[in-house]
Design a protein around this ligand. Structure first.
Ligand SMILES: Cc1cc2nc3c(=O)[nH]c(=O)nc-3n(C[C@H](O)[C@H](O)[C@H](O)COP(=O)(O)OP(=O)(O)OC[C@H]3O[C@@H](n4cnc5c(N)ncnc54)[C@H](O)[C@@H]3O)c2cc1C
Length: 424
């Protein structure tokens, strides 16, 4: 009788873990996901998927599903703080620059274009459902990883709940987020720095009073610099759900609990959200975050491999964290398919680590750092001072294409090409 194939163990049912499980399940590889929570968690976090991720969704059969549940925005913009409208309310701040990701007058917006918006929690639910449909993926909730033992040809894990039996797999994928236990257990530090600011992120129902054209908006020229992004299609004249993420300067000594008080958040909206006053704003979810620029020295230790926030963290300005994690997932799934289904050397996993670390170090880390620091500028002179905002003033098609190139060519890793170059 043929020996049964050991499953790949995925720790963490976040979007990255579920996506890897989906890819492997589709390739006929058995997978077991272990999630410490009792159900998929909801937190106000990622929402927008760029072109490279859209292409991955399309190639893997997810694009139409994500597109049907989500909606497309045409691009990003930078504005000053909202301005008094002379009627007791505030209008949108002045437009400093806009970055089209697709033609705003194009109603079709085929893949890849725009910023495909769908809340991280909805994406994860959708991907997990598709993973389970492959028939090769199982998920176990209430299963918090506590230890890992690696052998030559297998890896065994235990759980905090000692009533749960140990489980053995062929490889372990640590997709357990920024505080990854996998990362700690395999002895890998996450090196870099933590920014001194905290962020308050809220999901809030707001009225849509005008068409902002560029829905995702960075507000600069204040210590409370902000990202406003729609979570559902913002139809003018109707109310809809928005994500409002506001920076809290380092000198603000209030505790997280104090910052999460309704009146504190409403006070911040007064400064950064446009609309009539008093502002009708119904808060649906809220969280305080610390933000980091950090990367592990390796994403592979033996039969354990890291992906997503477990391996690297960046600030959310530019919406690159989950996109990078999903592109890790795309590369790692392809690497594991080569190893497990095609019998190729597992040194490919080291090549995965090297390639994805390079993407973070030379593209994601500097780009997100620049995205954040740009918001510290004075709004009066930012459009002139900052080379990036200046480049967006009257760009030619050629300049736009050049700017978009790394978002496609650098961000995603073609693991088959990487393996070939490495002679594996
Ligand atoms: C305010 C904010 C806005 C953001 N916006 C964007 C955006 O628009 N676009 C973008 O690309 N990125 C964005 N990000 C970043 C994005 O949210 C993260 O990059 C993303 O969540 C990483 O996914 P992940 O699956 O790697 O980890 P996570 O989403 O953290 O999932 C990890 C999972 O592992 C589980 N887990 C943890 N420990 C264990 C354990 N020991 N055992 C078992 N399970 C465990 C957790 O419960 C969780 O379900 C944003 C982040 C923030 C804070």
């Amino acid at each position: 009788m043929a020996k049964e194939q050991l499953p790949v163990l995925v720790v963490g049912a976040g979007p990255v873990g579920c996506f890897i499980a989906y890819r492997l399940g589709k390739a006929g590889i058995p997978v077991q996901i272990f999630e410490k929570e009792s159900a998929l968690p909801y937190t106000p976090r990622a929402v927008g998927y760029y072109g490279a991720t859209q292409v991955v969704f399309q190639e893997t059969g997810l694009y139409d599903l994500v597109r049907a549940e989500g909606f497309m925005t045409a691009g990003l913009c930078w504005r000053t703080l909202p301005i008094d409208d002379g009627k007791g309310g505030k209008r949108l701040g002045d437009l400093l620059a806009a970055q089209p990701l697709s033609d705003p007058s194009d109603p079709v917006k085929a893949c890849p274009s725009g910023l495909l918006n769908l809340r991280q929690s909805e994406l994860t639910k959708l991907v997990l459902e598709e993973a389970l449909k492959t028939g090769n993926v199982k998920i176990q909730f209430n299963s918090e990883l506590s230890s890992i033992q690696q052998g030559d040809d297998k890896v065994t894990i235990d759980f905090e709940n000692k009533d749960l039996p140990a489980v053995t797999g062929s490889y372990l994928v640590g997709a357990d987020g920024g505080r990854s236990k996998t990362r700690k257990l395999i002895g890998t530090p996450c090196l870099g720095h933590t920014w001194p600011e905290r962020l308050i992120s809220t999901d809030v129902i707001l009225g849509n009073y005008v068409d902002p054209v560029w829905h995702t908006c960075y507000i600069i020229g204040t210590q409370n610099y902000t990202i406003m992004t729609p979570l559902t299609d913002p139809i003018v004249g109707e109310k809809s759900l928005w994500r409002c993420t506001v920076a809290i300067p380092p000198e603000d000594q209030r505790s997280d609990e104090e910052l999460l008080q309704e009146e504190v958040i409403q006070g911040l909206y007064e400064e950064v959200v446009s609309g009539p006053r008093p502002l009708p704003a119904e808060i649906k979810a809220k969280a305080v975050y610390r933000i980091h620029q950090r990367l592990v020295p390796t994403m592979r230790k033996g039969r354990c491999v890291l992906a997503g926030d477990a391996a690297h963290m960046n600030n959310p300005y530019g919406a690159m964290g989950l996109n990078t994690g999903l592109l890790d997932g795309d590369a790692l799934a392809e690497a594991l398919i080569m190893v497990l289904n095609e019998g190729r050397s597992n040194k490919i996993l080291t090549s995965y680590s090297d390639a994805r670390r390079r993407v973070f170090r030379y593209f994601v880390d500097p780009t997100t750092t620049a995205n954040k620091l740009r918001l510290h500028l004075a709004s009066e002179t930012a459009a002139e001072d900052d080379d990036y905002l200046r480049s967006l003033q009257n760009p030619t098609a050629e300049e736009m294409e050049k700017g978009a190139k790394p978002y496609f060519e650098t961000w995603r890793t073609d693991m088959r090409a990487v393996a070939k170059d490495a002679g594996l």
